[in-house]
Ligand binder design. Structure first.
Ligand SMILES: C=C(O[C@@H]1C=C(C(=O)O)C=C[C@H]1O)C(=O)O
Length: 379
């Protein structure tokens, strides 16, 4: 490189640094404005997440970007990332309390991670939260005395038994809810143990989400839904989307969405281990999709084996769904063994047709994910 090139580069890089610094100032300004919006919404009891506003804003910015020859996708990516930041900052102002007359909230299993998250969200919304965990049963009767809402969030394997044995003498107007990832049996157990309002909830996310904005909570109505309507409103204020379902329908979906999904990730990891794969060098050769896949599998093994065992073993029926998967795997393998490429292609086409419009939709979604996986690479 000659001297002129070096100094040209330095000058230009200095200018870029200046623009990036301005960006930080602009970001600060934006965060301050969003904080003001947060405060206004808090006062009015509005959820921070405003999908219509977001859609309208994104459409306008994409349009403006296009006119300035800036990629619309670039501004959309940046704004979506900024909006995620907005949801996180919302916790600084807390949330509007929908039910000001509720007694205490008691979280049974509140020392668990999900219990901790709900405890935090309820506390940020002005509720008095008490936690009851394994060692606190001696004083439980006293804790339950002033309870307006009891939330059960203990391992699935002990949920129903605990509801039956320990929660049969709650105050009659107290709401009994659970956060278990299966719903049929826990909802039945709650209805049998308690004569007051009952609702089954299943947060479709782990405790490591920074915000509930856009997350899904499944609601299975039990009894006296008018008495716990406020709780649903409260969860909506946290930004979550509620999806109502019959417990049986929910549980059936979970066989695929959770049990099968986690089981196949488990086997994928197990297989890498048995094959003595060298993860480090696989990563070096990895395509973005492989890296993303490995991340999805690897993250399983960073978490609690008991939690995954609980989810996978929760429903006997999952065994059948997983067994079907194994059958399909064997049949597909036999095409490979027979060298029947044409049959494979025909089968592929059949499945693609069945996916319909979802296939291109998933392709678009995964493209963005793959690009951000690639962005995160540092070497
Ligand atoms: C700031 C707001 O709240 C949220 C955050 C937004 C943002 O960061 O631009 C936009 C819409 C909302 O989901 C708002 O409603 O304007």
């Amino acid at each position: 490189m000659n001297e002129k090139t070096t100094s040209d580069l330095e000058n230009l890089r200095g200018l870029i640094d200046g623009v990036d610094q301005q960006l930080i100032h602009l970001l600060r300004k934006r965060l301050d404005l969003v904080a003001q919006v947060g405060a206004v919404k808090h006062g009015a009891g509005l959820p921070i997440y405003a999908p219509q506003r977001e859609a309208a804003m994104l459409a306008k910015r994409r349009d403006e970007a296009q006119k300035m020859n800036v990629s619309p996708q670039l501004i959309e990516d940046i704004l979506r990332r900024l909006m995620r930041e907005s949801y996180l900052n919302e916790k600084d102002v807390g949330f509007k309390q929908i039910n000001e007359d509720l007694g205490d909230v008691v979280i049974v299993g509140g020392e668990g991670k999900l219990g901790g998250l709900f405890s935090q969200m309820l506390t940020l919304s002005g509720y008095q939260v008490k936690v009851l965990d394994k060692d606190d049963w001696a004083s439980a009767a006293q804790t339950f005395e002033g309870a307006g809402l009891v939330i059960v969030t203990v391992p699935i394997s002990i949920t129903c038994e605990l509801i039956r044995d320990k929660l049969s003498s709650l105050p009659s107007d107290c709401i009994l809810a659970d956060l278990t990832s299966v719903k049929t049996e826990p909802v039945k157990a709650m209805l049998a143990a308690h004569s007051g309002p009952v609702v089954g909830l299943h947060p479709m996310f782990g405790p490591d989400v920074g915000s509930l904005a856009k997350q899904v909570v499944v609601v299975c109505h039990g009894r006296d839904s008018d008495k716990y309507q406020w709780l649903l409103e409260q969860i909506k204020i946290w930004g979550a989307r509620l999806v109502e379902a019959e417990p049986e329908k929910h549980d059936k979906a979970m066989q695929l969405v959770q049990a099968m999904r986690h089981f196949s990730s488990f086997v994928y990891g197990l297989n890498l281990y048995k094959e003595e794969a060298d993860i480090g060098s696989l990563l070096q050769f990895s395509s973005p999709i492989y890296r993303l896949e490995l991340a999805m599998v690897g993250r399983l093994f960073a978490q609690s084996p008991e939690l995954y065992a609980d989810i996978i073993f929760a429903q006997k029926e999952s065994m059948h769904a997983i067994g079907d998967y194994l059958d399909n795997y064997s049949q597909a393998l036999s095409l490979l063994q027979a060298g029947d490429r044409d049959a494979f292609v025909a089968q592929f086409k059949e499945v693609a047709q069945w996916f319909g419009d979802f296939a291109p939709q998933f392709q678009r979604e995964s493209r963005a994910m793959l690009q951000s996986v690639n962005d995160m690479k540092t070497d």
